[in-house]
Design a binder for this molecule. Structure first.
Ligand code: ZN
Length: 342
């Protein structure tokens, strides 16, 4: 008990340690703000009811009460998806093309969405590594806990080293306005939006269950894809964006999605499954979630449980099936930088 509790307290302390992740951070960063990783006015307010949304709740007290199963929690949109990773000046300046304008999409907008996804993950991962380092000197550790910490430290440090490499690539794109270094695919919908999200993934298996890269190997060469929801002039988009240095993994990943859709699987189901499986940074419309059948809700919560639990082995076919029939929206158009096959 003291160990788990102290671990959580230490992590919360780290999450309160604000710093600006802009490439030119320094003297001009006068005021660290609660930056939204998902826009408040353009995105969260679209799905909010009485100013609130649902978010994943895997806090220790909830996991204890529910036998390790996470839950959803109502949260005000001022608090939802925030992190202390930018100063006011840089947040306003840098993200103006996406915070003030709907997604067209331009490559600059894709790069900025991708950068914001990356920075939020970087902030959380850096906090995790610092937390683990600080906890190894905890006085109450038994042998198993120490071994868990050492193991976690290796994995998280490797993930952070990869994020550092990707962040320096992204920083350079932004510094030089070299937005051609980004590739993207966006699926657009005019249906009502029910959830908003932003995240990053080192793709391990594709939508057909084929391995793309081995995350078990400690290496700084893992390819990365970012994904996000975004408001458009007449609806919203589900976007994937990545730096060209990750083409080797991201091309076949997107191709596998095209393959399963060509074979009759629903795109909407596949993308919802992806978000639920690969992202813990999302917000849902309350009445949408409350209106889902109990067995669909149970399927989604179970999926979140598997994906967030440190000791459950994620099945290799996790993107191939599951969570069908939950998405009640349609994607109508595709915008992409990828060459057409026609
Ligand atoms: Zn700053």
């Amino acid at each position: 008990m003291p160990f788990a509790y102290d671990y959580l307290l230490e992590f919360q302390k780290q999450m309160q340690r604000g710093r600006c992740l802009h490439h030119s951070h320094g003297e001009r960063c006068d005021k660290i703000i609660k930056a939204h990783s998902i826009q408040k006015s353009g995105q969260l307010s679209l799905i909010a009811e009485n100013g609130h949304v649902y978010r994943l709740n895997n806090e220790l007290a909830v996991l204890r009460k529910n036998n390790g199963i996470p839950d959803l929690k109502k949260i005000g949109i001022k608090q939802a998806s925030t992190f202390l990773g930018f100063c006011k000046l840089h947040d306003n300046q840098l993200f103006e093309p996406i915070d003030k304008y709907p997604l067209e999409p331009t490559k600059e907008q894709i790069a900025l969405y991708a950068f914001r996804c990356l920075c939020r993950e970087y902030f959380v991962k850096e906090n995790a590594v610092t937390t683990i380092s600080n906890m190894t000197s905890h006085t109450d550790l038994n042998r198993h806990q120490l071994s868990f910490l050492k193991h976690s430290h290796l994995g998280h440090s490797n993930a952070l080293a990869n994020l550092q490499r990707h962040k320096s690539l992204f920083d350079s794109v932004i510094l030089n306005s070299d937005f051609e270094q980004f590739e993207f695919i966006c699926f657009t919908s005019s249906s009502p939006c029910q959830l908003q999200f932003s995240g990053v993934l080192y793709p391990d298996y594709d939508f057909e269950g084929k391995i793309l890269q081995d995350l078990g190997v400690l290496t700084e060469r893992l390819d990365l894809i970012t994904f996000f929801s975004a408001p458009m002039e007449n609806g919203w988009a589900f976007g994937f964006g990545w730096h060209v240095s990750s083409n080797k993994t991201c091309f076949p990943f997107i191709q596998s999605l095209a393959n399963i859709v060509a074979n009759g699987k629903k795109l909407e189901d596949a993308l919802l499954r992806f978000v639920i499986s690969c992202c813990e940074n999302h917000a849902m419309r309350i009445s949408w979630w409350d209106g889902l059948d109990a067995d669909l809700k149970a399927q989604i919560i179970e999926r979140m449980h598997i994906m967030t639990h440190p000791h459950i082995q994620v099945p290799v076919n996790y993107l191939m099936a599951g969570c069908e029939g939950v998405a009640n929206w349609n994607f109508e158009y595709i915008h992409t930088s990828l060459p057409s096959k026609n």
